[in-house]
Design a protein around this ligand. Structure first.
Ligand code: AMP
Length: 549
């Protein structure tokens, strides 16, 4: 096989790396300068094949779910390709989850394998897994194996887990030919990636994505960034999200560009990596760019290598985009709008467009997909500049939610249109603006939070009669979580007590920053809660207290 040079599309995620190893064997593919790790495409392919054979030797089957709970460690990227090669489904796990949330994810995904690091920030993954139940335990009937990735020489594998390094030895039990045979069985439309998101409502659901979905989406987005094998992307957004594993890994690799990942976001490390590795591209949610520019030593870093990048995940303020262009040398930065269920990109700003289009809109619809703006009630298509729900159809629409046909039917109609739950308007030139949100989710610094999940939790507090969770505007995070609580007659509870009740039960970013006690909730005549009223009165109060201070 002698493949032409990248860009590549319409190949499986597993085959993508093989092509790169043939076309650009000696090009740098993956760099972690702080670990002294530099892999070429040929080396990364060899490593992914070795780990793929090790996983096959352990008995990992095609179509089986493998949950990966880790920060952006090098093994994450190796596993993304190794699992794709053997047709297993990589279930990505948010690094901030707590035991209780991970328990739900492992059960709902019916994962047969879980792969973890020791922990992240204040969450102990090993302890959480012990709490949830071990392999062979009746509590998790599907779980067959648990693998541990150690991050340093003194980070020993706990007895009940299998060391990741053991996969290298086990690989001897599976031949290269056996791996090739397995790879040939994996199709473009097979699900290989699953990510949990709350969608438009309720509890997290597993979004099923195929190679066709994510590889082609990465291809178009990478093309929008003008990637070539000379580009080097500093990847500081999480790999567990599409922003990292699709727009990042596949966006870069479909065009032969190199990745320099950051294990977990740290503004200073980003600046050091961009300077040290002469990165040409940088991604982030708005808060990340803000944190980098506000680093007290920001001015000392040489960012002249930067050219392009992506801001996405939440509303991107115009002023921040302009600052990123001027102060970070990101002259060709683009905004992407999308959602996990759409693989994720739907629109992107053209990098050579006017500054107004590039900072005040989310750009134009990507090739090979259709977008309509519809009246959310009647689903009739609206005219230019009218506000309605954005719906999308094309190769990029997910295969559905795992084991949840009702939610899938609610999200995708019979003609294949996916509802985004986002309110948008399109002008006569095709530029899209996101104007609001129809779905009941909160986006805090790019992290999606389902109000229902927090409401269900807080309702379990003995003093709480009822509670509604909503968003209030925040200068830094875009939105913050707020809860309006009605206490039971005669019951007492403080803000602090209620927040403490949430501690350890849900990821920290989901815990309400504000808890307000109310006598009654604002309701419509038909008894529907009016969260926008809670938000309006709360924001007025906050504005007043800022003015007084
Ligand atoms: P997720 O599925 O986690 O990627 O979250 C997707 C949601 O984030 C979308 O449905 C939007 O509500 C929001 N979002 C993503 N990108 C943008 C953007 N560029 N501007 C405004 N909102 C965005």
């Amino acid at each position: 096989m002698n493949h032409q040079h990248p860009p590549y599309r319409d190949v499986t995620v597993g085959a993508l790396l093989t092509r790169l190893a043939e076309a650009l064997p000696d090009n740098e593919a993956l760099v972690y300068a702080d670990r002294n790790l530099r892999l070429t495409f040929a080396e990364l392919e060899a490593e992914a094949r070795l780990i793929a054979r090790g996983l096959m030797a352990c008995g990992v089957e095609q179509g089986e779910r493998v949950a990966l709970w880790a920060t952006n460690v090098p093994e994450w990227i190796v596993l993304q390709f190794a699992l794709a090669k053997i047709g297993a489904i990589l279930v990505t796990v948010n690094t901030s989850l707590r035991a209780h949330e991970m328990d739900y994810l492992l059960r709902q995904s019916e994962s047969a394998t879980v792969i973890i690091i020791r922990g992240f920030r204040d969450v102990d993954y090993v302890g959480a897994l012990r709490e949830i139940g071990a392999v062979g335990d009746k509590k998790l009937p599907n779980l067959k194996r648990a693998i541990f990735i150690s991050r340093s020489d003194d980070d020993d594998c706990p007895d009940e887990l299998t060391p990741y390094e053991k996969l290298r030895e086990l690989a001897a039990g599976v031949s290269e030919e056996q791996l090739n045979a397995r790879e040939r069985e994996v199709g473009l439309d097979d699900v290989i990636n699953m990510q949990y998101t709350s969608g438009t409502t309720g509890f997290p659901k597993g979004v099923m994505l195929s190679s066709r979905n994510i590889l082609n989406n990465g291809y178009w987005l990478g093309r929008g960034l003008g990637y070539t094998p000379q580009d080097r992307l500093c990847l500081c957004v999480p790999l567990f999200h599409c922003f990292g594993c699709v727009i990042g890994v596949l966006g870069a690799y479909t065009h032969g560009a190199c990745l320099a990942p950051i294990e977990s976001f740290d503004a200073r490390k980003v600046l050091e990596t961009v300077e040290g590795e002469r990165c040409t591209s940088l991604y982030g949610v708005p808060t990340m760019f803000l944190a980098e520019m506000e680093d007290p030593e920001f001015k000392r870093f040489n960012l002249s290598s930067l050219r392009t990048g992506v801001m996405a995940g939440a509303l991107c303020p115009e002023a921040l985009m302009r600052r990123a262009i001027d102060e970070m040398n990101l002259g060709e930065i683009t905004i992407i709008y999308g959602l996990t269920e759409a693989s994720p990109g739907i629109t992107q700003t053209p990098r050579d467009d006017t500054i107004e289009h590039r900072t005040q809109t989310v750009g134009v619809v990507l090739p090979e997909m259709e977008v309509r703006i519809v009246d959310p009630a009647t689903r009739e298509t609206l005219g230019a500049n009218e506000h309605g729900e954005l719906i999308v159809r094309g190769y990029n629409v997910m295969k559905g939610y795992y084991n949840n046909p009702d939610a899938t039917r609610a999200a995708i109609d019979d003609e294949g249109w996916l509802r985004t739950g986002d309110q948008a308007a399109m002008d006569s030139d095709g530029y899209v603006r996101i104007t609001g949100r129809i779905k009941d989710i909160i986006i805090r610094g790019g992290e999606n939070i389902s109000p229902k999940e927090i409401e269900d939790l807080m309702r379990r507090h003995p003093s709480v009669s009822d509670v509604y969770v909503y968003a209030v505007k925040s200068e830094f995070f875009g939105e913050e979580v707020a809860a309006a609580v009605k206490l039971k007659a005669g019951a007492k509870a403080t803000e602090e007590e209620l927040r403490e009740f949430c501690q350890g039960r849900v990821a920290r970013f989901k815990i309400p920053k504000y808890v307000r006690f109310v006598g009654e909730f604002p309701m419509t005549a038909s008894g529907k809660i009016q969260k926008f009223k809670l938000r309006e009165s709360h924001e007025k109060e906050l504005a007043k207290s800022i003015a007084e201070a």
